[in-house]
Design a protein around this ligand. Sequence first.
Ligand code: GLU
Length: 302
Amino acid sequence: MRIRTLAAGLLAGGLLLTACGKEGTPTGSGGESANNAAVPTYEVAKDVKLDGSPVFTKIKSAGSITVGVKDDQPGLGQKDPKTGKFEGFDIEIARMVAAGLGISEDKIKYTTVDSGAREQAISNGQVDYYVGTYTISDKRKKLVSFAGPYFQAGQDLLVRKDDNSITGPESLKGKKVCSVTGSTPIQRVREQGLTEPGNIVEFQKYSQCVEKLTTKDVDAVTTDDAILKGYAAQDKDALRVVGKTFSKEPYGIGLNKDDKVLRDKIDDLLQAALDNGTWQKIYDATLGKSGASATKPTIERY
Ligand code: GLU
C-alpha cells in the first residue's frame, strides 16, 4: 500500500514539475526531464570471457546470475508487492552489471539479503554479487571485496515530523534509536555512545524500525540519508529526515573476497556507466526523482 502511494506520489510530482516547467507544451511531446526519466535499457554483452574468475565460471555454466539485494528500501531496492518486480537505484546498477557480464534480465535472480547476513551470503556463494546500500569498510573487506563505490550516502536521522527535540546525533541521549543488525549506522551509535545501550533498538530491516517510529515505540531511525529519504517520501505528513549527515557511506558492490578478476571487470563496467551517461540516467530515473542531485563517485581500485 505504502509502496503504491510512493510511486503515485513520485509520478504526480514528476507530472506536476513537467507541467510547470514547460508551459503550453502538451505532456509527453518530447524532452526528457529528470522527473519523468525512465530507467535505461542495457545492452547485453556478447562473448564475455573472464579467465581466472571462479564466480564468473559459475555464472557461465548456470547461464544465470543470483544477485543479493534489499526489498524494502524505496528508491534503492524495493520489491513491488503487486508485481513482485524489484526496482530502484541499486537494482538498476545490478542489472547494468549483469548485462555487462552477458546476462539478460530474464536470467537474473534476485535474493533478498538483509544487512546482517551479507558477508555470509557473499562468501558462501549464495549470491554472485550484492547490491544493496552496502558501505565499503575495512572491517568488511576482511571478509568480502568491493567494486565501486557507485554512490556516496551519509548517516542521518528519521524522526516524527512533530518532534523538534531531535536536531542531530548530539541530541539523541535519552531517546530510543532504531537501526539494523550488522549495519554501519548501528555500530556508530554504539561506538560513539549516541544514546544509552538500553535505548538502542535493533531489527533486521529498516522498514521495521520505521513502523516503530510511526507507532512511537522509538524516537528516531538512523541509517543512510538515501534510505531515510525514501521512507520520509512515503509518509510526508508524519516523518522527516533531520538532514545533517554525520558519516560517509560509500556504496560498493559486494563480491567474493578472492575474485579480483570479477572485481576489476565490475569496476570497468561501473566506470563505463559513469563515463557514458548510464549512471546519470539510472540516478535520474530512481533516487533523482525527488529532485535531489548527487555527485558522481570515483571508482577506487585496489
Ligand atoms: N550503508 C550502511 C551499511 O552498509 C547502512 C545501510 C544498510 O544497512 O544497508 O551498513
